[in-house]
Design a protein. Structure first.
Length: 194
């Protein structure tokens, strides 16, 4: 990730979020920062289908070094996920290895008096279409074809297709809530990724 790719992603997301159709769902995009350029392309191509929230957790956040993991999860939820209804995990080569992605998914799946559980889905980036792909473990815990709480999709071919996939994840918040699995221990550090 470069500073300019992160800034482009932020600008694209902010510009798309203010556009037109108020029926679009607010979606948090969980991803590895090395994929910022492709994620920006995704948001730019399909922003008409959803309202993007993409500025995720980084090492620069002041609360990341806290020893209180519940506090960290609350801050992630409050700062980044509060107004989103679906979390889209963008699958790149090392997304599975990032602790921040795990924390974002963990926070998305929490359902308590303060926060409502988000729908969850994963989409593979085009650059990974012919490569070995791995889901982040917490996402994998929730994907079981049509039987799981979440679904893992190929890169969409149109904004209309993506909107349908987002709606499926949104509806799962109630129709498949009993299948949500958030029992895995939280990732404390990044895994090694080749």
């Amino acid at each position: 990730m470069t500073y300019s790719s992160r800034q482009r992603l932020i600008r694209v997301a902010e510009s798309i979020a203010t556009k037109g159709d108020p029926t679009r769902r607010r979606c948090f995009i969980a991803h590895h920062s090395v994929d910022d350029e492709e994620v920006a392309d995704f948001v730019e191509s399909f922003g008409d289908a959803f309202i993007p929230r993409v500025v995720g957790v980084s090492d620069e956040d002041d609360y990341i070094d806290s020893d209180d993991t519940d506090y960290v999860m609350d801050r992630i939820r409050d700062k980044y996920l509060r107004d989103s209804t679906v979390t889209i995990v963008i699958i790149g080569g090392c997304t599975w290895a990032r602790r921040f992605v795990d924390w974002e998914v963990y926070s998305s799946l929490r359902n308590d008096a303060k926060n409502r559980r988000s729908g969850l889905m994963a989409i593979t980036l085009p650059s990974m279409a012919d490569s070995t792909r791995h889901l982040p473990p917490r996402v994998a815990d929730n994907v079981d074809g049509e039987k799981g709480y979440a679904r893992w999709w190929k890169y969409p071919s149109s904004a209309s297709d993506l909107r349908d996939l987002i709606e499926t994840a949104f509806e799962a918040r109630t129709s498949k809530a009993h299948l949500s699995n958030n029992t895995r221990e939280r990732k404390l550090r990044n895994s090694s990724c080749p």
